[in-house]
Design a protein around this ligand. Sequence first.
Ligand code: 5GP
Length: 195
Amino acid sequence: MGKRALWQSDSVDISRVEADLDLTQTLFTEEQIQTRLAEMARQIEADYEGRDILLVGVLKGAVMVMADLSRALNRHVEIDWMAVSSYAGTKSSGVVRILKDLDTDLAGRHVLVVEDIIDTGLTLSWLVANLRSRGPASVEIATLLRKPEALEMPVEVKYVGFDIPNAFVVGYGLDFNEKYRNLRSIGTLAEHVYS
Ligand code: 5GP
């Protein structure tokens, strides 16, 4: 089974080697991702009973999570998107710029930010402050993946799919230089690809 202790979830299968796709390990299979998103959806449905939800996604990484999480929800939701500048390569810069703003007025809305991954949380802290300044009824966060540093972030993340160790991951929306977003699973990229 390999280095199972590296990963906090017992259900993670890291035994598959996808050398041909430059991945060293598959961390989460398509099935594991869908199962976890369905669990998150049940929790969200319960928490938001009687309240309209506006799902806000951040392009481009959150596209797959948004598509699957929104369809896992057995209720009406609205969906809107923002695009913010992100860094090239594998390190967070903390520099955030709005490239595309929401089409929706947030006044009085229950906003649920849908994220693919939270690393340092710099992007998200900025985003939440920005959204809160627009007078919403509430702002909460759902993320599929969370890295250790994010635990020290002042912003509370209400829904977390998987906590993962510090490693650069790709697939299921997550890219390396715009590639690998279309993988159905999530894995770590071999160092030779980016070094
Ligand atoms: P943060 O501001 O939390 O450090 O970084 C947030 C953004 O950095 C994510 O939305 C994502 O675009 C990118 N990012 C952080 N960690 C990873 C990673 O392991 N893989 C990929 N592909 N992107 C990451």
